[in-house]
Design a protein around this ligand. Structure first.
Ligand SMILES: [Zn+2]
Ligand SMILES: [Zn+2]
Length: 149
């Protein structure tokens, strides 16, 4: 049994913990994710909100995903750190933002979405699954990342 994985927002108002191991991570290089991360790309891990022990209250706003579905974007209302996304509110299936983990340095993205929009100068692992845009079935693609290679 691996030890609990911990993380939280930048100001510390929201903290979370879950039982490891950390699920396979992926990165997205689309324009929305550049805005969301205020950087070159986002990194996420798919998981269930119910497996997180959360302290502090997150707030959310809605955007529309590429598939046209409503996405709820959860963040800290104090410091603005983006924490997780979900198709539902209250959240169930979420994508947790890897940069909020206390220790994320050992995590390699297994796959990359929207490589066609990738920031110049960012090199990707040739062994990773690289999608020029995004697959039709994103949930299936995420699930496959854990099993390939
Ligand atoms: Zn905060
Ligand atoms: Zn994206």
């Amino acid at each position: 049994m691996s030890k609990p994985v911990t993380g939280g927002c930048q100001c510390g108002a929201i903290r979370y913990a879950f039982q490891g191991p950390v699920p396979p991570a992926y990165a997205c290089h689309c324009g929305e994710c550049k805005k969301q991360s205020a950087s070159a790309f986002s990194m996420s891990i798919p998981m269930h909100y119910q497996t997180l022990a959360v302290t502090g209250n997150s707030t959310s706003f809605q955007t529309e995903s590429f598939s046209g579905k409503i996405k709820h974007n959860f963040f800290c209302g104090n410091c603005g750190t983006r924490l997780w996304h979900s198709g539902n509110n209250p959240p169930d299936a979420i994508t947790l933002k890897v940069g909020t983990l206390d220790e994320s340095s050992g995590i390699t993205p297994r796959g990359h979405l929207w490589v066609s929009k990738k920031q110049q100068g960012i090199e990707l692992d040739p062994a990773s699954d690289q999608q020029m845009t995004q697959p039709e079935d994103l949930i299936e693609w995420r699930a496959q990342l854990g099993t390939s290679k």
